[in-house]
Design a binder for this molecule. Structure first.
Ligand code: LLP
Length: 419
């Protein structure tokens, strides 16, 4: 459920016609609906009402400060995976006591930053990382709160690039090695074990893998407790999928109700790290048609957004629905929707049935709120686009479009080249 709807023949975000926003900020731009964001966060959060829990928004999906602040205002914590994300989370007003720090390659300076900030816990992904965190905490005369990210070896049946909980993935510590890792952690003087963590992958459209993972973790936690290791937090990661096309992922209530029983039996505070399910369908990418061209085989719709703005179609072959902003009965044609970037992989859609559009018209690339802007680059020296949040009839620019000057910030031509 979202607030992007046609009214009076034009796609609106909440109460604002999209052409009005385009006039104000130019194209392309990302567009988020405040009401949708709030609704998605609250629905997810309320699904777990019955048990002690903390929703740590996985900010890699969309790290704009305004979104972080919005979820913080709703009581959320944040899942971060780098020093940069930690900085953003804190800048967005997150309570460090509600921040979890995941990732396979935390650097010492990032660990130090997390300890200084006083985060809730580090999700540790290797034996070496345990040693490193222990060392950094020792130098700082602190005890680092940790959980171990366990790799349960479960096939989450999603795209191979975004599955994470299998033996061949780099993530977490093999579940068979986990007892040994916990033992090691308990012997390291500057670590404080507080939890257990796992994340299976992203865009999961079935609850079964979550249930399976919980069963495996449950046995492990029982064994750990039997050995005197206390586990207070159970972090189940993120990964709940959304509808891009015809997927039918479980509603958050269904997801929660299917796992609540199992979770209760842990007697832990539950931590969740949702990203996509909160922001994915709360954001769209608006672009303008520049040209059309055709040959005997193909018809191209050339638009001003490209793979550098939204990489998912090129990178994962992802499907994003594309709607004309103006709703009107027109002849349907089959087109490739492509951007200006100099790569054949630069497309937003291939072989798509669309109404015949003319240069100057606007299109909306749907379901672009997650892993859209946060994966954008400056490739082809294209300034990153603006981000806009609509609240009812208000238009808020939450990130202004980059300028050419932004593109060369920090670069320097060495003296010897200009002599
Ligand atoms: N927690 C951890 C440890 C993660 O690695 C991720 C996502 C999440 C939580 C959030 O997962 P979500 O709820 O959003 O599924 N760029 C890809 C998705 C990569 C996901 C990486 N990890 C895409 O565009 O589909």
């Amino acid at each position: 459920m979202h607030y992007f709807e046609y009214k009076h023949g034009e796609l609106h975000c909440e109460r604002v016609p999209i052409s009005k926003i385009a006039e104000k900020v130019g194209t392309p731009f990302y567009l988020y609906s405040y009401r949708t964001l709030v609704r998605h966060f609250n629905v997810f959060n309320e699904a777990f009402e019955g048990i002690p829990h903390l929703v740590c928004y996985s900010m890699k999906s969309n790290s704009n400060l305004a979104l972080i602040r919005l979820f913080v205002n709703l009581g959320g914590g944040v899942d971060v995976v780098s020093g940069g994300e930690l900085f953003r989370a804190i800048s967005g007003g997150a309570d460090p006591k509600k921040i979890v720090f995941s990732g396979v390659g935390k650097r010492e300076d990032e660990i130090e930053y997390g300890l200084k900030a006083g985060i809730l816990m580090f999700n540790v992904e290797s034996l070496m990382e345990l040693q490193t965190i222990n060392g950094v905490a020792g130098r700082m005369n602190k005890k680092a709160p940790i959980s171990i990210r366990v790799n349960p070896d479960i096939d989450a049946k999603t795209h191979p690039y975004i599955t994470t909980g299998m033996k061949q993935n780099k993530f977490g510590i093999d579940i068979l090695q986990a007892p040994m890792a916990y033992r090691l952690a308990s012997e390291l003087p500057h670590l404080k074990i507080i939890g257990i963590d796992c994340h299976l992958g992203s865009q999961l459209v079935d609850v079964e893998p979550f249930v399976e993972a919980l069963k495996k973790l449950r046995t492990l936690v029982d064994d750990l407790r039997g050995g005197g290791i206390e586990i207070h937090y159970l972090d189940l990661g993120g990964g709940l999928g959304i509808t891009y096309n015809d997927e039918e992922p479980p509603h958050p209530y269904e997801y929660a109700s299917n796992i609540l029983e199992e979770i209760r039996s842990f007697n832990c505070t539950l931590i969740l790290e949702p990203g996509r399910v909160i922001v994915g369908n709360a954001g769209i990418l608006i672009s303008k048609v520049l040209y059309t061209k055709e040959n005997e085989e193909k018809r191209f719709l050339i638009v001003d957004a490209a793979m550098n703005d939204l990489v998912r179609p090129s990178y994962y072959g992802s499907f994003h629905q594309i709607l004309p902003v103006r709703e009107e009965k027109r002849e349907e044609v089959v087109v490739d929707v492509v951007g200006p970037v100099c790569e054949s992989a630069d497309f937003l859609a291939k072989g798509r049935n669309m109404p015949r559009l003319n240069p100057g018209e606007l299109i909306a690339v749907m379901s672009a709120g997650a892993y859209g802007f946060s994966m954008a680059t400056n490739y082809n020296s294209r300034p990153r686009v603006a981000e806009v949040m609509i609240r009812d009839d208000e238009i808020h620019v939450i990130r202004k479009r980059e300028e050419y000057e932004d593109l060369i910030r920090g670069e320097e031509i060495p003296e010897f080249l200009v002599r």
